[in-house]
Design a binder for this molecule. Structure first.
Ligand SMILES: O=C(O)C(=O)C[C@]1(C(=O)O)C=C[C@@H](O)C=C1
Length: 182
């Protein structure tokens, strides 16, 4: 079958069954991640509306720094690369800030916008993480390893090497290749 093409010709049925079982677990986790992200974006949308209503700035660098520090610590406990955890958060936050900016009636925060409709899933016009090429985020060796990653660098592109800054930049979210419309 096509889905097993990548297996060595000599792979036995036991190996195929084991692989299939592991992939089922991976698929379950991926589904959970999508649902969790969708829930997160529902809440950040509430925040965006609140901020827009009260004229608050879309980005909050101090809050992001707290989040980064917290997630890096959690990642270390979980034996996940803290640098990856930070980049993952930055990737998401960059998207959120895009949404906040749009909710506030401003232009997108950076020049990476694409056409209309390129967006997420919370609402028809607010799809996060629209169709975009996979970023491959980190090298295989980085995941799960207690790697000494960069310090906080909020809202930087997930594919960019995180600079060893100690404070979030929260400048224009240039990260995702996708166009998060809100
Ligand atoms: O907490 C906020 O103020 C938010 O707008 C949410 C959020 C986030 O996604 O967690 C996004 C942007 C801010 O810079 C900080 C945090």
């Amino acid at each position: 079958m096509a889905e097993h093409e990548e297996l060595p010709a000599g792979a036995g049925q036991d190996a195929i069954d084991e692989l299939t079982g592991i992939r089922q677990s991976i698929d379950n986790i991926d589904a959970a991640l999508i649902h969790m992200l969708a829930e997160r974006f529902k809440f950040t949308q509430q925040v965006g509306r609140l901020k827009a209503k009260h004229g608050l700035p879309p980005a909050d660098p101090a809050r992001e720094l707290q989040q980064i520090q917290r997630l890096r610590a959690l990642a270390e406990e979980a034996r996940l690369d803290p640098g990856f955890a930070e980049k993952f958060l930055n990737f998401i936050v960059a998207e959120v800030i895009h949404h906040h900016v749009r909710l506030a009636g401003g232009q997108a925060a950076s020049g990476d916008e694409q056409g209309p409709g390129a967006a997420i899933g919370v609402e028809p016009d607010s799809a996060i993480g629209a169709p975009a090429p996979a970023t491959g985020v980190v090298a295989d060796s980085a995941i799960g390893a207690p790697a000494p990653a960069a310090q906080a660098s909020a809202t930087t592109a997930p594919t960019a090497p995180a600079p060893a800054a100690s404070a979030p930049t929260t400048s224009a979210p240039t990260a995702p290749a996708s166009d998060p419309a809100s």
